[in-house]
Design a protein around this ligand. Structure first.
Ligand code: HAM
Length: 426
């Protein structure tokens, strides 16, 4: 019996890994342009961290966490809580009033697996801590948009405001009143949510619930003056940066820590899994976790979803090439090529050879498969005459090169020759 991976846990095979590397390198580059620094965090945290931040009444904490109950620890279902825990624990705010941090890695949620939804998935998460200004909200969304653009992904940006502890309770009561009158027409989950987390009803994907909430009061009409001003300034900021967006008053997000701005990058190309990245402001959260009273905002991109879209939208990827393939024909030639290839690699080139004594034709095919820029052809006869053929694989031009007895010296000469003219295949 073969042992297979666990349902919802996926291998990323070499060809796919090229896409992942590209995506990750792009993200690091762009996050860096915006001044964010990397932070690496553990996967296991105390369960209480997530209960206190994401919220006891959320789907994530109620039913999706991988928890070792006897040890009181949980595999992180998202990055924000862990990042803030580390931020507080190490007093990072003392170094710098505004911190921009990012982290990339696996997250775990026991959801029903389907296309674009896994139990182990990966996020690229950015957080800006210490900046209350609406310009930062706009800047962060513009950064998300830049990343998607540079990955060749088209998506729309939806934004909303969830208000603050001053204006949200009033809205919550009005919403409960509205929902109570329609309780019998809502799904089981939403009936329960009226009492535990009524805003989540607005975001239910079931068509019957959606129809019921069409007439629901809008949070945007219930915002207090400071929250309304903040939201208007975020919209102006997005316009100033040329970031297209739409307002979605039904967006409430599945985590309880948000205040004011929330946003999602949405696609129609992944079936039910429409959100490829999402985030928002969490101005009271750091204090609630025992840290200083600092505001914060961030978002996370879902890497599996980005990878699927890059594949669908045929984002061009850099394809690795081999600088030099050494085709050795005969035992003596192979013995000569063996340390030569090693020396080439030591000099920083990618070099390859065949170890199984294949024919010239087979080795040339292999050179093609490894996308070699050059092939050095050495036969036992050529070796005796201290000569080999260097073939430029793109132009098919061949030239004769003198062979040195010393592999290191030979590698040096070849590196100079090959690097001068490295042709990077498109
Ligand atoms: P979230 O909306 O739960 O937010 O997740 C962010 C993104 O992670 C989603 O838009 C989606 O692309 C991806 N994602 C979530 N669950 C799965 C899954 N089961 N399979 C595949 N991809 C998934 C957060 O996690 C917040 N921490 C974002 C944030 C950062 N807010 C402020 N800062």
């Amino acid at each position: 019996m073969k042992i297979k991976a666990i349902n919802g846990f996926k291998d990323i095979l070499p060809e796919e890994a090229v896409r992942w590397r590209f995506m990750e390198e792009k993200a690091r580059d762009i996050f860096g342009r915006f001044g964010a620094r990397e932070i690496r965090l553990p996967i296991l945290e105390k369960t209480e961290l997530f209960a206190r931040s994401i919220g006891e009444a959320t789907d994530i904490v109620e039913k999706e966490m991988y928890t070792f109950a006897d040890k009181g620890i949980t595999m992180r279902p998202e990055g924000t809580a862990s990042l803030l825990r580390a931020f507080i624990e190490h007093g990072l705010h003392v170094q710098q009033p505004v911190q921009r941090l990012y982290t990339i890695g696996p997250m775990f949620r026991h959801e029903r697996p389907q296309k674009g939804r896994l139990r182990q998935f990966h996020q690229m998460d950015v957080e800006v801590i210490g900046a209350p200004e609406p310009a930062v909200d706009a800047e962060l969304m513009a950064m998300g948009r830049m990343l998607l653009d540079e990955l060749g992904i088209s998506a729309s940006l939806e934004i909303n405001s969830l208000g603050c502890p001053d204006c949200r309770p009033g809205f919550r009561s009005r919403l409960i009143g509205f929902l109570e009158n329609r309780r019998h027409r809502l799904c089981q989950d939403c009936r329960r949510r009226i009492d535990t987390n009524p805003l989540r009803v607005l975001d239910c994907k079931k068509p019957d619930c959606r129809a019921q909430v069409q007439e629901a009061p809008s949070i945007l009409d219930a915002l207090c003056d400071p929250c309304r001003d903040h939201f208007a300034a975020v919209c102006r900021g997005l316009e100033a940066l040329g970031v297209d967006h739409g307002v979605n008053r039904f967006m409430v997000r599945g985590l309880d820590y948000y205040t004011r701005t929330t946003f999602e990058f949405i696609t129609g190309d992944l079936g039910a899994q429409a959100a490829i990245g999402a985030g928002g402001r969490y101005d009271g959260l750091i204090e609630q976790l025992g840290g200083p009273a600092l505001p914060g905002i961030g978002f996370a991109m879902g890497m599996e979803r980005l990878a699927l879209l890059m594949e669908q939208q045929e984002t061009p990827l850099p394809r690795p090439a081999t600088d030099l393939f050494v085709a050795a024909l005969g035992e003596k030639a192979a013995a000569y090529a063996f340390p030569l290839v090693h020396e080439l690699r030591r000099l920083g080139l990618s070099a390859a050879m065949d170890h199984s004594g294949r024919s010239l034709k087979a080795q040339m095919k292999q050179a093609g498969r490894t996308r070699a820029n050059y092939t050095l052809i050495i036969g036992d006869n050529e070796l005796e005459q201290q000569e080999a053929i260097l073939r430029d694989m793109a132009t098919r031009k061949q030239e004769s090169v003198a062979l040195q007895t010393d592999a290191a010296e030979q590698a040096h000469l070849l590196a100079l020759r090959v690097r001068q003219n490295v042709i990077v295949h498109p």
